[in-house]
Write a protein that binds this ligand. Structure first.
Ligand code: ACO
Length: 373
């Protein structure tokens, strides 16, 4: 009840998560179809279709996003760079707050462009390097990698990141998306909605899980010791990061989509396979332990487990994984915020009061004392 399980809080045309079948549909397309054949820009166009007065044409989105990245770069100034020394998610929140709080397409594009540019800039600045100017002709994925690495990424890296960004672009009414819809329903603006969503995303039970997954792999080191190490964690009452989901009772379909992007990098000889082998052993041990510990509650691998490996393979530092998730999901948050705005109603549920009530006799007595005094 206090997790709002099974409560339907919105009608949406954006995405549908079937937790029993383990499927995800984004605007009528299956995840498999989208992840195999779409760019991130195409998914932005798909998700935003019909939600703005000035609908972005699919073909125009790459150029629009290129321009938005360029604008975001121009916004980076000395004062902003001070904030870049913090935790990346917190720094990103600070920087995004500089974007106007409009509700129109121009603000939406600015937010998507800025999420990538600001993340890249903050990662450069904390290494003592200068931020790299965006290339307005590059794809969002290619430009993000180039702005971080300082060198052009390989075609396989771009494809792998694109698959990731498409895979996590939208996912029903998860906690961060709900936060975005609540804020948008007050008509506070898209920037406020995105910052609220980002704040929800950073929690370890939501988009903050992949960093700790790598901490596991570092601690486990040898496949043979995985089971004992994980069992020790469970015996302390801790949760295993990268496993379990509120909706899925089977494997999260995004886990294999992300894993396949990693396997492509391995096949291309750009990433060593050893880390994946260790992760597979850890995953198998975790699933076995969770099945034994919670026989009535199917706890399967979620998207965050292989996200950790893919983003590490692409060179992102682990404390920035949540920012990369946000770079993708910003388009989904905005789509939901716009859908909420068009629906036109303030979200305002009720709570049931279970605390003490004022006692009338006591209150009268207190009033007599007060008036006597
Ligand atoms: N490891 C160990 N036990 C778990 C795990 C886990 N990963 N997930 C759930 N459980 C247990 C709970 O302790 C609980 O046990 P109890 O009934 O004895 O108290 C039972 O399973 C049910 O758990 P709930 O908290 O009711 O499940 P909920 O639907 O609220 O949780 C969540 C979903 C938060 C994702 C949970 O599975 C979890 O904490 N996973 C680890 C964090 C993680 O990977 N988050 C990323 C999710 S994907 C995303 O947000 C992008």
């Amino acid at each position: 009840m206090n997790g709002l399980d099974d409560v339907i809080a919105a009608d949406t045309v954006l995405s549908d998560v079937d937790g029993q079948a383990g499927t995800l549909i984004i605007r009528g397309r299956s995840l498999d179809e989208l992840a195999a054949g779409s760019t991130y820009e195409a998914v932005v166009a798909l998700l935003w279709d019909g939600l703005f007065a000035e609908a972005p044409q699919a073909l125009a989105v790459p150029a629009l996003l290129g321009r938005a990245r360029s604008e975001a770069f121009e916004r980076l100034c000395e004062a902003d760079l001070q904030g870049l020394q913090q935790d990346p998610v917190e720094a990103l929140r600070v920087l995004l707050a500089h974007i106007d709080d409009g509700e129109r397409l121009e603000t939406a594009l600015r937010l998507v462009g800025a999420a990538a540019v600001f993340t890249a800039a903050l990662l450069r600045v904390r290494q003592g390097l200068k931020p790299i100017e965006p290339d307005t002709t590059a794809s969002h994925s290619a430009d993000l990698l180039r702005m971080i690495q300082g060198t052009p990424p390989t075609a396989e890296q771009v494809a792998a990141l694109d698959r990731y960004l498409v895979t996590v672009s939208d996912h029903g009414l998860n906690a961060s998306t709900f936060a975005a819809r609540v804020v948008a329903s007050t008509r506070a603006g898209l920037t406020s909605a995105v910052i609220a969503a980002l704040s929800a995303l950073k929690g370890p039970l939501h988009g903050g899980a992949p960093g700790p997954v790598l901490d596991y792999l570092d601690s486990i080191d040898e496949p043979e010791t995985a089971s004992a190490w994980l069992e020790e964690k469970l015996s302390r009452g801790e949760r295993l990061m990268g496993f379990g989901h509120r909706i899925y009772r089977v494997r999260d379909p995004r886990a294999d989509s992300v894993k396949s992007a990693l396997q492509t990098l391995i096949r291309a000889g750009q990433v060593d396979a050893q880390r994946l082998r260790l992760a597979e052993a850890v995953e198998a041990a975790a699933l076995k332990l969770l099945a034994a510990k919670k026989p009535d509650r199917p706890l399967q691998t979620n998207v965050e487990f292989y996200t950790a490996l893919l983003l590490e393979a692409l060179g992102f530092p682990r404390d920035a994984f949540t920012c990369v998730f946000a770079i993708s999901r910003t388009c989904g948050w905005i789509a939901h915020a716009r859908e909420q705005i068009l629906g036109g109603r303030l979200i305002r549920p009720r709570s049931r009061y279970v605390g003490p009530r004022p006692q009338r006799a006591l209150t009268m007595e207190a009033m007599r004392v007060t008036s006597a005094g």
